[in-house]
Design a protein around this ligand. Structure first.
Ligand code: C2E
Ligand code: CA
Ligand code: CA
Length: 285
């Protein structure tokens, strides 16, 4: 109990005294049971990879999908990845889960390339965790997954967030250069939310930026948000990169983003993340 209180005190800034209480016990207990539930769910293959279509903002065609993890529960609800990915990162399970997502996403993509001839250039974008980036053999794992399914590297896009890079910049740079040399495009996700977004654009071998949803939420009421989106799209173009926006929920937001020179768009307005069979149906229509 003292240990739990001490860890809680350490999460706060500065010197603190923390008195243990029952709520802390309940929270720790809940966390532990969720951790073991997650491990069990992963081993029992209960986790799912959903796909959310990514649209060309200029012509409206589906050009790719983002693979998003889902943890379905017995009662039909889903635990959000925002909730269980930090747990998986803490326990180290994220490396296995991340590799499985990559394999699964590539296999799904191969199904589409073979069965839907009009989509033989569709790509899949996967989210990498910071923990995966510091894993010693990430590059070899990516290479192996790609070899295993004779899949073109340009069809596997890797999304990283700037907070992941904060650790060892030199090591991350080296790894990302390797992935880029292999042919996998790199995207900076949630762009504009961190402290040093711009500095990454010249320090990392980035192909695209994915503007954070917060810019889009504001874009119809707040003209400043539209100006920022246009400026970032221009900056990206001048640097030889392209821009993706996420979180488009209305036709008006889509129209404004298209007019600001955004290349790709994603959001509930076009399609929600969905299981493979539904995504295939969506692509066929
Ligand atoms: P993200 O990479 O920023 O993914 C976009 C999130 O926005 C997804 O939430 C998606 O469902 C949601 N979204 C898409 N369109 C809209 C929209 O129009 N409106 C709103 N309000 N939301 C929209 P999701 O699926 O809950 O994932 C949350 C986060 O969990 C992701 O954020 C990503 O950081 C992480 N994540 C998901 N799958 C994986 C994975 O396989 N590996 C890792 N490391 N992280 C993952
Ligand atoms: Ca993402
Ligand atoms: Ca994002």
């Amino acid at each position: 109990d003292a240990d739990i209180a001490m860890y809680r005190a350490k999460t706060l800034d500065g010197a603190h005294t923390m008195l243990f209480d029952q709520a802390m016990h309940t929270q720790v207990f809940k966390r532990h049971s969720m951790e073991s539930e997650l491990l069990r769910a992963f081993e029992n293959r209960e986790l799912k990879v959903y796909d959310q279509p990514i649209i060309s903002a200029q012509c409206g065609r589906i050009t790719g999908v983002e693979a998003l993890l889902r943890w379905p529960q017995a009662d039909g609800s889903m635990v959000s990845p925002d909730e269980f990915i930090p747990l998986a990162e803490e326990t180290g399970l994220i490396n296995d889960i991340g590799l499985w997502v990559m394999r699964e996403a590539c296999q799904q993509m191969q199904v589409w390339h073979t069965n839907l001839s009009q989509y033989d250039d569709l790509y899949v974008s996967i989210n990498l965790s910071g923990k995966q980036l510091v894993q010693a053999n990430l590059f070899e794992l990516i290479e192996t997954v790609l070899q295993g399914i004779s899949y073109k590297p340009k069809h596997l896009r890797l999304e990283i967030t700037e907070s992941m890079v904060l650790g060892d910049l030199a090591a991350t740079q080296a790894l990302l250069h390797q992935c880029r040399a292999l042919g996998c495009p790199l995207l900076v996700d949630d762009f504009g939310t961190g402290y040093s977004s711009l500095s990454y654009l010249h320090q990392l071998p980035v192909d695209a930026i994915k503007l954070d949803r917060s810019f889009i939420t504001e874009i119809t009421e707040n003209t400043r948000a539209a100006v920022i989106v246009r400026a970032l799209a221009l900056l990206a173009t001048d640097l030889g990169m392209y821009t993706v926006v996420e979180g488009i929920e209305s036709a008006e937001q889509a129209q404004i983003c298209g007019a600001q020179g955004i290349r790709y768009a994603q959001g509930y307005h076009f399609a929600r993340p969905m299981p493979l069979d539904q995504a295939v149906d969506k692509l066929k229509t």
